[in-house]
Design a protein around this ligand. Sequence first.
Ligand SMILES: Cc1ncc(COP(=O)(O)O)c(C=O)c1O
Length: 467
Amino acid sequence: MAESWATFGRDLHLDLTGSGGVRAALTRALREAVRTGRLAPGTRLPSSRSLAADLALARNTVADAYGDLVAEGWLTARQGSGTRVAHRTVPRPGAVRAAPPEQDRRPAHDLRVGTADVSAFPRSAWLAAGRRAISTAPNDAFGYPDPCGHPALRAALADYLARARGVRTDPARIVVCAGFMQGLAVLGRVLRARGVRELGVESYGLWLHRDVLRRAGLRTVPLTVDGHGARTEELAGHRGVRAALLTPAHQYPTGASLHPDRRAAVVDWASRTGALILEDDYDGEFRYDRQPVGALQGLDPEHVVYFGTASKSLAPALRLAWMVLPGQLAAEVAEVKAAGEWGTGALEQLTLAEFIVSGAYDRHVRAMRLRYRRRRDRLVAALADRAPHIRATGIAAGLHAVLELPPGTEQSIVQAARWQGLALDGLTRFRAPDAPTPHYDALVIGYGTPPDHAFGSALEALLGVLP
Ligand SMILES: Cc1ncc(COP(=O)(O)O)c(C=O)c1O
């Protein structure tokens, strides 16, 4: 007999092939499902009548198979509670050789950069926004979405970005993407199609982003980074470079904010040469010591593509980010995005729109800003007290700090930390291999990463490995 499906409240695949007749095949298939844990202990099986109907068998065949399995102890049959899977220890499939669960592989302390404190994700407020958004959405919100983003989210973002980051835009120029990574990949392809071959990058940055650009066919040209951010004046010396990826508000990962003269100079370079600046504003909301530095895009919306993301402000799992495009690029980006790069589900976009419009996003960002600032202050105070020879830089903003180390010590400290169960990164990891910038030894400390309750012990572990 061919394979068939039975309905147990959940679908269960039963393979009724094999020798010995239908009753034997069904008995074998059910036994197998119980033995391997596909049917969990306590699960109530359908009545013999309805399973027989589902499988197009005679009722007696099913009743006999049940009877066999009750006799063998795999099932129990009680008056009033039907036929159920017996409570016995059933090995889960692959249990013996399974990889250790995720939490067992996690380091005891995690101070790596790259993620927000995801334990603080505003679950209830997010669910409430989702409930409101989804219950009031028109039916067509459940159809294929606009690949450039849901209009409600684009409108909410246009207002929010103008108010909070000084971005000059309207919803038609906003494209929602599945994380900054997707936006960068799309833009890389658009640039390449326009004939751009070389793109300036900061000599410290995320290797993943350089890879994305390279995969789009662009050569990355590293710019020196110092205490005032990227030396944007170097761009004029590279005639082939027609675009630059920068993190102006908080250089990643050294933490400098781009000096006002360099901001003005890079915008001037772009408008003089027709080049494009890609502004990665990954943690622009988190500035502690003074008002956030406004977006570079506000200086010249026709030559700057602004990128924002929910990965730091909410959680990377959302895969929600946005780019604000110059008018001249909007159509080309829309075309690439529509050609198979859709990415983000409309219901999550609607939820974020509602989250922003209701004020929950602002409230969450303010609460997180306070939480991260407290941690930063604890880190700085602990260093002053117990490791006063270590200087912390890049601390005015963001979720991480750079701790400068004595020359030649970075690798051994990263290794020693690993042995102690403390995960952290050295600055070398972020350096472009062809970087002109003279390197210095340092740790990049993601103080935003651990949950609140684990921050104190992570800090202690860090202090324990510092020279
Ligand atoms: C420098 C930088 N830019 C952008 C992002 C955001 O990337 P995504 O939106 O793909 O999560 C990150 C990661 O959080 C980052 O470190």
